[in-house]
Each structure stands twice: as structure tokens, then as C-alpha cells.
Design a binder for this molecule. Structure first.
Ligand code: C2E
Ligand code: CA
Ligand code: CA
Length: 450
């Protein structure tokens, strides 16, 4: 007996499954799984032929905003358009694959020298920086690219991917729209950062961060008007500078909760000061990522309500970067904070754009003249005229100024002559824990300096 059956359909189904397992349905590019295989094959070839293999980790800059504002259909078309443009540039020695969402891998085999690679990387980067038109939308997009080489930078496919990824993150940090070649130092840096990030997460969970407070004084009224909250973290017996851990917290998405935790702690620790003097206020630094969160006002109000403290006793310190990213959103948010009763202070004034037309568009009440200007009083005449100008402009806009980083009597006299009497700096007091601040002797000591 002979059984004849048609296997065509089964074969087709098998092929389809194989395709789905190995290719990205949208761009038709090899997916992560197939790329991994291809990288392994490239490594074997490189060993056999004594050539090099390179891996480019390509991550689109700001793809999410494109998706959000133009819709997913446009986002999808953009990915296909990019695929096509890169594929057009490639020789048969290269394979482009889609790693995930807006990440691509470009594998280049049989490289004779690293020099020939530079030219290619540069032209891929330039191509990706070009404006694209999709459905009549002109879209400005670019990519950050990290490059790692076999055998110099890695000895396996996993490591090659990881190291090109690390190089890509460095390219992003360097301001996007560019490329970086992997170096061993990058690896150390990232490893160190990841370790710190994990330690910081634990510190948050175990409530191991604490607050320092630095008095803000007025030498006309001879009063301590406020304190600025400055976060501290002791990790393995050493203080980690906030200049180091705040950016890590921002990147890890921890800054909101850390700040709110610190505020809560401050309101407990300083409750006697805040209750005995309704004009005394706490100045809180808000990071740019935090300030744009939609329910920020409500969250801050809730914490204050728990301690029966009014919003007028909380001042929010923001920096100019906050205002630059998305002006409209920032403006809306600042107005809602202002309406909730918070006063807003512009920190580090003079170090960023310092556009004063700008200042008039945002509901800012106070500016803090950056310590870099204060430091140079007495040694740099042009610097002194900058401070004068800032002060006059602030006055015209109806804002008042606090000078920070005040360390000497000479600086105080100069600022007094301008009309500025609000100070913060080591001359009066360094940042300190609440236990220290609340001592009668400490407060007297600060006032004696006024
Ligand atoms: P900042 O907001 O400009 O804070 C002022 C910094 O100047 C503080 O450094 C303070 O200790 C220091 N300082 C004050 N007076 C003097 C002085 O007379 N001379 C000198 N040389 N320095 C003075 P700190 O505490 O190391 O904080 C550094 C930065 O870290 C802060 O700069 C702020 O940007 C950030 N930061 C600190 N705590 C927080 C926080 O709770 N949240 C956020 N988002 N950022 C924070
Ligand atoms: Ca500040
Ligand atoms: Ca400052």
C-alpha cells in the first residue's frame, strides 16, 4: 500500500514559524535571536580568517516623543525608513538587525582594519541624523551609536553586544547624535555606576539617606529666614557627594521618591522651628525630572498636610534646565505649583542660559545668584559687573535675590552695597544635621555672624 500525502502546507507552516522566530515582522530584519547567531558565526569567521568583526549598537534619540506625538503608524514607518536607508549603505559583509523597539544592531564582518570602520560609522551616524519626511510630517531624529570590536573589546557574542551597548550609552551622555568606540575605562565607569545605583536603591528602602540643612539669613533683619535641605548619603562609611548620587538617582528613576522621603523627614525634624515661626521656610531642591510629574502639587501638599504645614513654608528650588526642555509644559507646571501656594526659586542663576525675557514668562519669585559669581568678588571686575547687572534686572522684574556660597566679609560688603542682604554660605554656617541646627548655641552662633 502506498500513502501519498501533500506536505506543501506543512512545509509552508514550518517555514512561516521559522521566519517568525528569526525575523522582525515590521522591518523584516533579523531579530535579536538571529543576530546573536550571526554574531557568533562572525566571531568564528574572524578567528579562521584572522580578520576583525565590529558591532554597532544603534539607539534612536527621542523615538518615544515621535511615537507619542505623531502616532504609532508614523513611528513604524520611521523604523522601516531607517532600515531601508541603512541597508542601502551596506556591503554584503554587513548585516543589520533589530534588537528591540528603537534599537538596531549592525554587524560588520571581514574588517581589515579599524580605520575603514571609522568611515562607515561616521556615514551611518550622518545618515541617521538627516531629517525624514513621513506623511507630510518633517521628523528630526538622530541616533547614538556605540561600537565594539572583536577580538579587541570582547571575546564572546554576549560581551560584544554588552560593550557596544555601554559605548552607546556614553555616546548618549556625550549629547546624542554621535558615536563612541568602546574603551575599558567605560566598562569600569559603568560597573561602578551600576554598583552605586543598586546601593542607592537599598539605601532608599532602608531609609539610610539623611538631611543636612544650611541656614539662609538676612543681615539687615538679623534673622535666619530659612534652611535649604541638602541630601546626604553615607555609603560604606564614606559620604558620596550629592553631585554624584543625585544624577544616578535621576537616571534610575529614584529622585522623586528620594526627594519626597527627604521632605517628609525634614518636616518631622524641623517641626518645632516651622511651627514656632510661620514665616520660616524650608527650601527644597527639585530635580528637572521630578518637577514635570503631573501630580507633583498634590503629592507635595499631601506630605505637608500630614505635618500640618502650609505650602507657604515650602520653597521649591528649580534650575534653568527645567525650563528649557519643554517650555509649555514647564510653564503650566510652575503655574500650578504657584497656585497651590508654593514659592518658586531659580537656583544657580547665571550658570545656564540666564535669559531674562524667559524669566518674565515663568512664575519665579526669587533667584539665587550662583556661588561661582560670589566667589570671584574682589578678584574679577567683569564678574562684579555681571552680579550688578543680575541684581538690577532682578529688581526690575520684581524678584529678589539670595546670594549663595558667601564665604568672606568682603563679599558681604560688596553685596550689601548693591542692596542684597539675603545670604547663604559657609561664612554664616555650613550644612548640618537637624540635631546640630536646633541647638540654641548653633542658632546664636549664626546670628552673631550677622
Ligand atoms: P545647590 O543646590 O547649588 O546647593 C548648594 C551647594 O553649595 C551645597 O553643596 C552646599 O553645601 C554648597 N555650599 C553652600 N555654601 C557654600 C560656601 O560658602 N562655599 C562652598 N564652596 N560651597 C557652599 P552640596 O550639599 O554638596 O550639594 C551639591 C548639589 O547637589 C546641590 O547644589 C544640588 O544641586 C544637589 N543636591 C543636594 N541635595 C539635593 C536634593 O535634596 N535634591 C536635589 N534634586 N538636588 C540636591
Ligand atoms: Ca539649591
Ligand atoms: Ca545653587
Amino acid at each position: 500500500m502506498i500513502v501519498i500525502s501533500d506536505l506543501t502546507e506543512q512545509k509552508q507552516a514550518e517555514n512561516e514559524l521559522r521566519y517568525l522566530a528569526n525575523y522582525d515582522p515590521l522591518t523584516k530584519l533579523p531579530n535579536r535571536t538571529l543576530m546573536y547567531q550571526k554574531i557568533n558565526e562572525a566571531i568564528q569567521d574572524a578567528n579562521k580568517n584572522e580578520t576583525l568583526a565590529a558591532l554597532l549598537f544603534i539607539d534612536l534619540d527621542k523615538f518615544k516623543p515621535v511615537n507619542d506625538s505623531f502616532g504609532h503608524a508614523v513611528g513604524d514607518q520611521l523604523l522601516c525608513n531607517i532600515t531601508q536607508r541603512i541597508n542601502n549603505m551596506l556591503s554584503k559583509n554587513s548585516v543589520l538587525g533589530r534588537q528591540s523597539g528603537d534599537e538596531f544592531l549592525l554587524l560588520i564582518q571581514n574588517l581589515k582594519s579599524p580605520q575603514s570602520l571609522s568611515t562607515l560609522v561616521k556615514s551611518v551616524s550622518e545618515e541617521l541624523g538627516k531629517r525624514v519626511e513621513i506623511n507630510d510630517f518633517a521628523i528630526n531624529i538622530s541616533a547614538s551609536i556605540g561600537v565594539a570590536l572583536y577580538p579587541f573589546d570582547a571575546d564572546s557574542a554576549d560581551m560584544l553586544i554588552r560593550h557596544s551597548d555601554i559605548a552607546m550609552m556614553h555616546a548618549k551622555q556625550a549629547g546624542r547624535n554621535g558615536f563612541k568606540f568602546f574603551t575599558e575605562q567605560m566598562n569600569d565607569k559603568i560597573t561602578q555606576k551600576l554598583l552605586l545605583e543598586n546601593a542607592l536603591k537599598d539605601a532608599f528602602k532602608d531609609d539610610l539617606l539623611f538631611n543636612y540643612y544650611q541656614p539662609i539669613v538676612n543681615n539687615k533683619t538679623k534673622k535666619i529666614n530659612a534652611v535649604e535641605l541638602l541630601m546626604r548619603w553615607k555609603h560604606e562609611d564614606n559620604f558620596v557627594s550629592p553631585a554624584k548620587f543625585i544624577p544616578i538617582a535621576e537616571e534610575a528613576g529614584l529622585i522623586d521618591v528620594l526627594t519626597e522621603q527627604a521632605l517628609d523627614r525634614a518636616l518631622s525634624e524641623l517641626s518645632s522651628l516651622l511651627r514656632s515661626n510661620p514665616r520660616f521656610y524650608l527650601s527644597l531642591n527639585l530635580s528637572p525630572v521630578h518637577i514635570l510629574k503631573s501630580n507633583l502639587s498634590e503629592r507635595l501638599l499631601l506630605i505637608l498636610a500630614r505635618h500640618h504645614i502650609k505650602p507657604s513654608q515650602l520653597r521649591l528650588e528649580i534650575t534653568e534646565n527645567t525650563l528649557l526642555e519643554d517650555k509649555e509644559k514647564a510653564s503650566k507646571q510652575l503655574h500650578s505649583l504657584r497656585n497651590a501656594g508654593f514659592k518658586l526659586l531659580l537656583d544657580d542663576f547665571g550658570t545656564g542660559y540666564s535669559s531674562l525675557t524667559y524669566l518674565s514668562q515663568f512664575p519665579i519669585d526669587v533667584i539665587k545668584i550662583d556661588q561661582s559669581f560670589v566667589r570671584n568678588i574682589g578678584s574679577d571686575a567683569s564678574n562684579e559687573s555681571i552680579i550688578k547687572t543680575i541684581y538690577l534686572l532682578a529688581e526690575n522684574l520684581g524678584l529678589y535675590c539670595i546670594a549663595e556660597g558667601v564665604e568672606t566679609l568682603e563679599q558681604i560688603e560688596f553685596l550689601n552695597k548693591l542692596g542684597c542682604h539675603d545670604f547663604q554660605g559657609y561664612y554664616f554656617a555650613k550644612p548640618m544635621p537637624a540635631t546640630e541646627l536646633l541647638k540654641e548655641s548653633t542658632l546664636n552662633q549664626v546670628i552673631k555672624q550677622l
